[in-house]
Design a protein. Sequence first.
Length: 223
Amino acid sequence: MNKYLGILAVILASLLWGTTGTAATFAPALSPLFIGSFAMGIGGFLQCGLASVNIVHDRALLVMYRRFLIVGAFAVAIYPLAFYSSMRLSGVTIGTVVSIGSAPILSAIIEYLSRDFQLNKQWATGALLGIIGMVMLAFSDNASTTIQNTHVYFGILLGLVAGFTYALYSWSARQLMLKGINTKAAMGATFGCGGLLLIPVMLITGSAFLLHGLTLQLDFIWH
């Protein structure tokens, strides 16, 4: 039963993650920086709150291994800004595929450099096929890439940044868990600290959100 629940959870997570870019397109007036900081910032605080008991219990270990927590927090803060900006510049399909598709490959590279992972032929073959697929999609000659090539290429670069930071905070959280820190405490503290770093971005870019909300209210009253 747990196996099937795990598979269902992965499918549901993929569905929710894969459609965030599509949902963001319904708010073109909002800055992708605000959408990213709001989504991950508020979500980070919620996850931190749900894990508050575990965080308090493991606070001594979190302080002791704070270097991993700091790395993870900065990665969490950078990830959504790059992810949503990538989709805004290169399109939802390309931005999502590059961000999600590059994350496992970059995760393996990070783990290899930290001597936590050994490369093998099967992994190399799968990674090569994934890279070929991402390149074919990202650089295909379609309307979106011919109209604004510079924006698309910059969006692809930001997608790689998103994939790298996703891999980085996943690695740092795993390092915390390997040090004996509870899973909920490791993830909750990482996302909570990352959400804290996103507050300034949310406040700076939130003026567009307030202006958009005020415009909708005025239109409603006028009509």
